[in-house]
Ligand binder design. Structure first.
Ligand SMILES: Nc1ncnc2c1ncn2[C@@H]1O[C@H](COP(=O)(O)OP(=O)(O)O)[C@@H](O)[C@H]1O
Ligand SMILES: [Mg+2]
Length: 304
């Protein structure tokens, strides 16, 4: 092995360890607590759930936390036109097939098959964006808890295999429909929306552990992001992530500029840096002006 490869192998090993040690940071209260409970009810009753909610409200995080709580692996796939059944189930590596033939040695399992074999939680994001024939390959695993692996045979899933779909609400009705057959396999629909004020504030705090943000600063960040969710000019409002980013950046700016507290100026600067790319406005709206107006409406004209 060359020097460069050796260093890569060493660092890679460390990164693997780091990932396996990482714990999920999640606020499990209110809608998140309810969703956790229903997930567990679905599992007990053998019903497949779908989680519906706008991007960034914590659907994937919730599944990760659910898997962690029950000490299982978590795998997830995001649907798009390019995904083939082999991306989910796996495929033979042609180079190894040459020497070993079509055996398990030459087979590289995909995330769905791994979850079925090890008994993991399997999150399928935006299943509606998968081509219909790929959606159809999910029917057997979801309904019968079995799957046919070409040339290797049909396996039955481990008891711990738990598939869950996640989707954005607009896409429920949009051009990309979930196939009727797949939709029929999803028996329980869990809705998650933007969290209540106290919960979102707690989420922001949990995600900024190294900063001690004042209540005033966090409240201001919350007023700003919640305002974007009410505006009719905005197609895609600020996510929880955007709020976290504004909170972190404004704290950092305050430290760098040696202001004790996060000031109005620092907050508007951070907000405009984050929001100018985070929001999607209706056609015809000037984003720069709209962001400035939002900041003025949420934070006031300034002076503090
Ligand atoms: N309940 C929560 N507790 C802590 N952080 C959360 C929570 N919900 C959302 N977040 C934050 O929002 C981010 C986006 O969540 P994610 O699960 O990726 O959303 P989705 O899958 O709905 O698009 C997370 O990485 C986390 O920082
Ligand atoms: Mg997600």
């Amino acid at each position: 092995m060359g020097k460069e490869q050796e260093k890569f192998a060493k660092d890679f090993g460390e990164r693997l360890k780091a990932a396996s040690k990482r714990k999920v940071k999640i606020v499990v209260k209110d809608q998140y607590k309810d969703a956790m409970d229903i997930l567990s009810d679905c599992e007990v009753t053998d019903l497949i759930p779908g989680i519906i909610g706008p991007p960034g409200v914590g659907k994937t995080l919730l599944l990760r936390a659910y898997a962690e709580k029950s000490e299982r692996e978590f795998a997830w796939v995001t649907g798009d036109e390019g995904i083939r059944p082999s991306h989910l189930v796996g495929s033979f590596n042609p180079a190894i097939v040459l020497s070993k033939g079509f055996t398990l040695d030459s087979f590289e399992p995909g995330p769905l098959l791994k979850s079925m074999v090890h008994g993991g939680v399997f999150g399928l994001n935006e299943a509606n964006r998968l081509p219909e024939y790929v959606q159809n390959t999910l029917l057997e695993p979801f309904e019968e808890r079995s799957v046919n692996v070409q040339r290797l045979g049909r396996i039955e899933a481990h008891d711990g295999f738990f598939p869950v779909l996640t989707m954005n609400p607009e896409e429920m009705a949009g051009a990309h429909r979930l196939s009727e057959a797949l939709r029929d396999r999803i028996r329980v629909w869990i809705r998650i929306g933007y969290p209540k004020k106290e919960i979102e504030i707690e989420i922001v705090k949990v995600n900024c552990p190294e900063y001690k943000l004042s209540d005033h600063a966090i409240e201001s960040v919350y007023s700003l992001v919640s305002l974007t969710r009410e505006s009719t000019d905005i197609e895609v409002p600020a996510s929880i992530r955007a709020g976290i980013a504004i909170a972190r950046l404004s704290q950092r700016l305050a430290e760098r500029e040696e202001e004790g507290e996060v000031s109005h100026g620092v907050l508007s600067k951070a907000a405009s840096l984050v929001l100018s790319g985070a929001l999607k406005f209706r056609p015809g709206v000037d984003p720069e002006k709209a962001v400035a107006t939002l900041i003025r409406r949420a934070l006031g004209a300034g002076r503090r």
